[in-house]
Design a protein around this ligand. Structure first.
Ligand code: G3P
Ligand code: CA
Length: 334
């Protein structure tokens, strides 16, 4: 297997695939991300009743699939508390993989991405194994290594119902040749304890995700008095560096933005993280004005230019072509 050394920074991470152009978390979205220049493709992972890792942002799947149109599953609609929030719908852990494969994906935000609804009903929910197969096959086809960047979703919840993600993830990765600190993979989590567990089991690169509000859900469950903001202090970053190789941060933690979508002076987070020997990957970059700061309306390239100039080591993007274009232009200027 090729190694991480093949990538030039900043890496472009296809966020849920090229989800600006196709319904997220589908093989079509991942393949397009690769064709548009992504270095890594990002599956968020949940699990099925029969223990198979699949790509969805949530275990409740009514927003991104046609399950509500399947009368044979109507009786399985239910309400659960997931990470402290009440959710009503259909949950992956209540279905086998073969049942979930009868569903078709749909666009999550049709009000913003109406063009993507042309692809509603075409694609199935992919397994992690299918995503790995795609990355490895496409690596050969396009002549460059395509990394994967899986995220464990709701790890404490899945542990609580006897379907933990971590060991299944590691077994799948090992079976597919991902080994050692330089393998073309990053494993990410918004929680801390499952990353610490993974660090005892693998040398594969780990990423502590940091949100711009709140605290890790496992810290809430275990009454740990530490917020995401606390983890961004110099001592917090040093603690992260004990078990992870990178942080994956909400971009507003690098360049704050106010309620009028006006950008403010950058924080020292990139510098501080680098001082702690942590890579910094920022999320999420999107082309639409709906998501862009006031300063960059109509010009998403400017946002990448700003973050690249601040030294981020990677960006999660729904539009890998835009990210890659700016990366190429930036490298030509050097
Ligand atoms: O995983 C980092 C990035 O994807 C942001 O989180 O999963 O809510 O989109 P998510
Ligand atoms: Ca994610």
């Amino acid at each position: 297997m090729n190694t991480i050394a093949q990538f030039t920074a900043p890496i472009i991470i296809g966020h849920r695939g090229a989800s600006g152009y196709r319904p997220e978390h589908t093989l079509a979205a991942y393949e397009l991300a690769i064709d548009l220049g992504a270095d890594y493709i990002e599956p968020d992972l949940v699990i099925t009743k029969d223990g198979v890792l699949i790509a969805r942002h949530e275990n409740e799947i009514s927003e991104t699939t046609d399950i509500a149109q399947h009368p044979e599953f109507a009786q399985r609609q239910t309400t659960k508390i997931i990470d402290g929030e009440s959710k009503t719908g259909w949950f992956t852990e209540d279905f086998t993989l073969s049942e979930l494969k009868t569903l078709r994906a749909k666009e999550r935000i049709p009000q913003v991405r109406s063009q993507n609804t042309n692809y509603d009903g075409l694609f199935t929910i992919p397994t992690l194994q299918e995503i790995i197969n795609l990355a490895q096959t496409k690596s050969i086809a396009v002549g460059r290594t395509i990394g994967i960047y899986p995220e464990t979703k709701h790890p404490t919840y899945f542990q609580s119902i006897g379907l933990p993600l971590e060991d299944t993830l590691l077994a799948t990765l090992q079976a597919n040749g991902y080994q050692g600190a330089n393998a073309p993979i990053f494993i990410q989590s918004f929680e801390v304890s499952n990353l610490k567990y993974l660090a005892t089991k693998t040398d594969l690169p780990l990423v502590q995700l940091l949100n711009n509000t709140g605290k890790p859900y496992d810290f809430i469950v275990n009454n740990v008095d530490c917020s995401y903001a606390d983890l961004t202090t110099k001592s917090g970053l040093q603690e992260i560096a004990e078990y992870a190789q990178a942080i994956g941060v909400h971009k507003n933690m690098i360049v704050p933005i106010d309620s009028n979508k006006k950008l403010h002076f950058p924080t020292s987070l990139v510098t501080d993280a680098h001082a702690a020997s942590l890579l910094v990957h920022a999320w999420t970059f999107r082309n639409e004005d709906f998501f862009l700061p006031l300063d960059f309306q109509g010009n998403p390239q400017k946002e990448y230019e700003l973050f690249f100039s601040l030294g981020v080591d990677g960006v999660f993007s729904d539009f890998p072509d835009t990210a890659n274009l700016v990366k190429l232009e930036s490298s030509n200027l050097k």
